[in-house]
Ligand binder design. Structure first.
Ligand code: FES
Length: 103
């Protein structure tokens, strides 16, 4: 496990999410939910849809391609016609104004 700075705290406003590419080709979606930051793999496990281009309601991201609903706090699938594997989530922390993720 290594700590990686993903973005500045101010880059992801309250109630929003954004995708960030980090080392090793990983792309993460970072969501700011009640000023706590959550990190999850940014591509949908169904057909690789770009989750950060979907919508965020509470902790639920709806994939823009076929509507799968994911809970970013757990990586779990909340609603979809098919069973899908969990999305990978990552521990996050705020350090010196940066959002840091354990990868
Ligand atoms: S790619 Fe996300 S629901 Fe199909």
């Amino acid at each position: 496990m290594a700590k990686v700075i993903v973005c500045k705290q101010a880059d992801v406003q309250l109630g929003t999410m954004k995708a960030f590419a980090i080392e090793n080709g990983l792309e993460l979606v970072i969501a700011n939910i009640e000023n706590k930051f959550y990190a999850m793999n940014a591509t949908c496990n169904h057909a690789q849809g770009p989750l950060a281009e979907g919508t965020l309601e509470g902790s639920i991201i709806t994939c823009p391609w076929h509507g799968a609903k994911w809970d970013i706090t757990k990586g779990s699938l909340v609603e979809f016609a098919l069973d899908l594997d969990l999305e990978q989530t990552y521990e996050t922390a705020v350090e010196n104004g940066n959002v840091v993720v354990e990868v």
